[in-house]
Design a binder for this molecule. Structure first.
Ligand SMILES: Cc1cc2nc3c(=O)[nH]c(=O)nc-3n(C[C@H](O)[C@H](O)[C@H](O)COP(=O)(O)O)c2cc1C
Length: 191
Protein backbone atom coordinates (compact mmCIF):
# COMPACT_ATOMS: atom_id res chain seq x y z
CA UNK A 1 0.00 0.00 0.00
CA UNK A 2 1.25 3.48 -0.88
CA UNK A 3 2.10 5.83 1.98
CA UNK A 4 -0.85 7.75 3.45
CA UNK A 5 -0.96 11.44 2.52
CA UNK A 6 -2.66 13.10 5.49
CA UNK A 7 -2.48 16.63 4.07
CA UNK A 8 -4.30 15.64 0.88
CA UNK A 9 -6.96 13.71 2.79
CA UNK A 10 -7.47 16.67 5.13
CA UNK A 11 -7.87 18.92 2.09
CA UNK A 12 -10.37 16.57 0.40
CA UNK A 13 -12.40 16.19 3.60
CA UNK A 14 -12.70 19.93 4.20
CA UNK A 15 -12.61 21.53 0.73
CA UNK A 16 -15.34 24.06 -0.05
CA UNK A 17 -16.00 26.34 -3.02
CA UNK A 18 -16.79 29.95 -2.19
CA UNK A 19 -19.80 31.25 -4.16
CA UNK A 20 -18.60 32.81 -7.43
CA UNK A 21 -20.18 36.14 -6.39
CA UNK A 22 -17.70 36.42 -3.50
CA UNK A 23 -14.63 36.12 -5.72
CA UNK A 24 -12.65 39.25 -6.54
CA UNK A 25 -9.13 40.38 -7.41
CA UNK A 26 -6.38 39.47 -7.13
CA UNK A 27 -6.60 36.52 -9.47
CA UNK A 28 -3.71 34.17 -10.20
CA UNK A 29 -1.11 35.42 -12.67
CA UNK A 30 -0.33 33.37 -15.76
CA UNK A 31 2.71 31.96 -13.97
CA UNK A 32 0.62 31.01 -10.94
CA UNK A 33 -2.03 29.53 -13.21
CA UNK A 34 0.31 27.11 -15.01
CA UNK A 35 0.55 24.50 -12.20
CA UNK A 36 -3.22 24.83 -11.60
CA UNK A 37 -3.98 24.14 -15.27
CA UNK A 38 -1.43 21.31 -15.33
CA UNK A 39 -3.03 19.66 -12.30
CA UNK A 40 -6.48 20.36 -13.73
CA UNK A 41 -5.74 18.37 -16.86
CA UNK A 42 -4.25 15.43 -14.96
CA UNK A 43 -7.45 13.41 -14.93
CA UNK A 44 -8.68 9.94 -15.84
CA UNK A 45 -9.13 9.83 -19.62
CA UNK A 46 -10.18 6.52 -21.23
CA UNK A 47 -8.19 5.90 -24.41
CA UNK A 48 -6.08 9.01 -23.82
CA UNK A 49 -8.31 11.00 -26.14
CA UNK A 50 -7.93 14.28 -24.28
CA UNK A 51 -11.59 15.09 -24.98
CA UNK A 52 -11.33 18.59 -23.56
CA UNK A 53 -9.49 21.88 -23.87
CA UNK A 54 -9.26 25.02 -21.76
CA UNK A 55 -9.88 28.68 -22.61
CA UNK A 56 -8.43 31.13 -20.09
CA UNK A 57 -10.53 34.28 -19.92
CA UNK A 58 -8.74 37.27 -18.47
CA UNK A 59 -10.31 40.75 -18.09
CA UNK A 60 -10.57 41.63 -21.79
CA UNK A 61 -11.87 38.17 -22.71
CA UNK A 62 -14.40 38.25 -19.88
CA UNK A 63 -15.69 41.70 -20.87
CA UNK A 64 -16.09 40.58 -24.48
CA UNK A 65 -17.90 37.42 -23.39
CA UNK A 66 -20.17 39.50 -21.13
CA UNK A 67 -21.10 41.80 -24.03
CA UNK A 68 -21.80 38.89 -26.38
CA UNK A 69 -23.85 37.16 -23.65
CA UNK A 70 -25.98 40.29 -23.30
CA UNK A 71 -26.46 40.52 -27.08
CA UNK A 72 -27.46 36.86 -27.23
CA UNK A 73 -29.91 37.27 -24.34
CA UNK A 74 -31.50 40.25 -26.12
CA UNK A 75 -31.84 38.32 -29.38
CA UNK A 76 -33.54 35.48 -27.47
CA UNK A 77 -35.90 37.91 -25.73
CA UNK A 78 -34.71 37.05 -22.21
CA UNK A 79 -35.90 39.33 -19.42
CA UNK A 80 -33.52 41.63 -17.53
CA UNK A 81 -33.04 39.21 -14.65
CA UNK A 82 -32.05 36.26 -16.83
CA UNK A 83 -29.87 38.49 -19.01
CA UNK A 84 -28.02 39.90 -16.00
CA UNK A 85 -27.62 36.46 -14.44
CA UNK A 86 -25.85 35.25 -17.57
CA UNK A 87 -23.80 38.39 -18.13
CA UNK A 88 -23.00 39.08 -14.48
CA UNK A 89 -20.99 35.92 -13.96
CA UNK A 90 -18.46 37.27 -16.49
CA UNK A 91 -18.41 40.95 -15.46
CA UNK A 92 -17.87 39.97 -11.80
CA UNK A 93 -15.33 37.23 -12.44
CA UNK A 94 -11.70 38.01 -11.63
CA UNK A 95 -10.56 35.21 -13.97
CA UNK A 96 -12.33 32.30 -15.58
CA UNK A 97 -11.23 29.05 -17.18
CA UNK A 98 -13.79 27.66 -19.61
CA UNK A 99 -13.55 23.87 -19.67
CA UNK A 100 -14.58 22.74 -23.13
CA UNK A 101 -15.57 19.16 -23.81
CA UNK A 102 -14.32 18.15 -27.26
CA UNK A 103 -15.94 14.88 -28.34
CA UNK A 104 -13.64 12.50 -30.21
CA UNK A 105 -14.62 9.39 -32.19
CA UNK A 106 -17.35 7.69 -30.17
CA UNK A 107 -16.51 4.23 -31.59
CA UNK A 108 -13.41 4.01 -29.45
CA UNK A 109 -14.71 5.49 -26.21
CA UNK A 110 -18.38 6.13 -25.46
CA UNK A 111 -19.32 9.82 -25.62
CA UNK A 112 -20.55 9.72 -22.03
CA UNK A 113 -17.11 8.67 -20.78
CA UNK A 114 -15.66 11.72 -22.49
CA UNK A 115 -18.21 13.88 -20.71
CA UNK A 116 -17.22 12.33 -17.38
CA UNK A 117 -13.57 13.09 -18.12
CA UNK A 118 -14.43 16.73 -18.89
CA UNK A 119 -16.31 16.89 -15.59
CA UNK A 120 -13.23 15.49 -13.88
CA UNK A 121 -11.19 18.35 -15.37
CA UNK A 122 -13.64 20.85 -13.86
CA UNK A 123 -13.35 19.41 -10.35
CA UNK A 124 -9.61 18.91 -10.67
CA UNK A 125 -9.18 22.57 -11.64
CA UNK A 126 -11.32 23.72 -8.73
CA UNK A 127 -9.34 21.56 -6.33
CA UNK A 128 -5.97 22.67 -7.71
CA UNK A 129 -6.99 26.32 -7.36
CA UNK A 130 -8.31 25.78 -3.81
CA UNK A 131 -5.16 23.85 -2.84
CA UNK A 132 -3.08 26.76 -4.17
CA UNK A 133 -4.87 29.13 -1.78
CA UNK A 134 -7.37 30.69 -4.23
CA UNK A 135 -11.14 30.58 -4.20
CA UNK A 136 -12.69 28.73 -7.13
CA UNK A 137 -16.21 27.94 -8.22
CA UNK A 138 -17.67 25.74 -11.00
CA UNK A 139 -20.56 27.58 -12.66
CA UNK A 140 -22.63 26.90 -15.73
CA UNK A 141 -25.90 28.86 -16.10
CA UNK A 142 -27.63 29.35 -19.43
CA UNK A 143 -24.54 30.72 -21.25
CA UNK A 144 -22.79 27.35 -20.82
CA UNK A 145 -25.63 25.55 -22.56
CA UNK A 146 -26.22 27.95 -25.43
CA UNK A 147 -24.44 26.41 -28.44
CA UNK A 148 -24.75 29.51 -30.60
CA UNK A 149 -23.19 31.74 -27.94
CA UNK A 150 -20.44 29.19 -27.35
CA UNK A 151 -19.65 29.14 -31.07
CA UNK A 152 -19.70 32.90 -31.63
CA UNK A 153 -18.14 34.03 -28.35
CA UNK A 154 -15.70 31.19 -27.61
CA UNK A 155 -15.12 29.66 -31.02
CA UNK A 156 -16.48 26.24 -30.10
CA UNK A 157 -16.94 23.71 -32.89
CA UNK A 158 -19.98 21.48 -33.51
CA UNK A 159 -18.46 18.65 -31.40
CA UNK A 160 -17.74 20.92 -28.48
CA UNK A 161 -19.66 22.24 -25.52
CA UNK A 162 -18.91 24.04 -22.28
CA UNK A 163 -18.56 21.64 -19.32
CA UNK A 164 -18.10 24.49 -16.90
CA UNK A 165 -16.84 27.97 -16.24
CA UNK A 166 -14.31 27.79 -13.41
CA UNK A 167 -14.07 31.19 -11.77
CA UNK A 168 -10.88 31.74 -9.78
CA UNK A 169 -9.93 34.62 -7.48
CA UNK A 170 -9.75 35.83 -3.90
CA UNK A 171 -12.82 35.11 -1.77
CA UNK A 172 -14.13 38.08 0.20
CA UNK A 173 -15.65 35.82 2.86
CA UNK A 174 -15.27 32.28 4.14
CA UNK A 175 -17.42 29.88 2.09
CA UNK A 176 -20.74 29.12 3.79
CA UNK A 177 -21.17 25.68 5.31
CA UNK A 178 -23.07 23.35 3.05
CA UNK A 179 -24.70 20.15 4.23
CA UNK A 180 -22.71 17.23 2.87
CA UNK A 181 -24.03 13.85 1.78
CA UNK A 182 -25.05 11.33 4.42
CA UNK A 183 -23.17 8.08 3.77
CA UNK A 184 -26.13 6.22 5.22
CA UNK A 185 -28.23 7.47 2.33
CA UNK A 186 -25.67 7.64 -0.48
CA UNK A 187 -23.72 4.44 0.06
CA UNK A 188 -24.78 0.82 -0.24
CA UNK A 189 -22.33 -1.73 1.14
CA UNK A 190 -22.90 -4.62 -1.24
CA UNK A 191 -20.79 -7.10 0.71
C1 LIG B 1 -22.03 21.00 -13.54
C2 LIG B 1 -22.20 21.97 -12.41
C3 LIG B 1 -22.75 23.23 -12.67
C4 LIG B 1 -22.95 24.15 -11.64
N1 LIG B 1 -23.48 25.36 -11.93
C5 LIG B 1 -23.73 26.23 -10.94
C6 LIG B 1 -24.32 27.49 -11.23
O1 LIG B 1 -24.58 27.82 -12.39
N2 LIG B 1 -24.58 28.32 -10.19
C7 LIG B 1 -24.28 27.98 -8.89
O2 LIG B 1 -24.52 28.75 -7.98
N3 LIG B 1 -23.70 26.79 -8.60
C8 LIG B 1 -23.43 25.91 -9.58
N4 LIG B 1 -22.85 24.71 -9.30
C9 LIG B 1 -22.57 24.37 -7.88
C10 LIG B 1 -21.21 24.81 -7.38
O3 LIG B 1 -20.18 24.67 -8.33
C11 LIG B 1 -20.76 23.94 -6.21
O4 LIG B 1 -21.14 22.62 -6.40
C12 LIG B 1 -21.26 24.36 -4.89
O5 LIG B 1 -21.07 25.72 -4.72
C13 LIG B 1 -20.54 23.61 -3.73
O6 LIG B 1 -19.25 23.32 -4.11
P1 LIG B 1 -18.15 22.62 -3.19
O7 LIG B 1 -18.57 21.21 -2.98
O8 LIG B 1 -16.90 22.70 -4.04
O9 LIG B 1 -18.06 23.40 -1.93
C14 LIG B 1 -22.61 23.78 -10.31
C15 LIG B 1 -22.05 22.53 -10.06
C16 LIG B 1 -21.85 21.64 -11.09
C17 LIG B 1 -21.25 20.28 -10.78
Amino acid sequence: MAEQNDAVMEFLLTRRSPPAKTLSLPAPSRTELVPILTAGLRVPDHGKLEPWRLIVLERAGLDRLADLTQERARSLGYDDEKTEKGRGQFTRSPLCVAVVETRRSIEKVHALEQTYSAGAVCLSLVNAALASGWGASWITGWPAHDAELAASALGLGPDERVAGFIHIGTPSAAPPERPRPDLGVSVTWAG
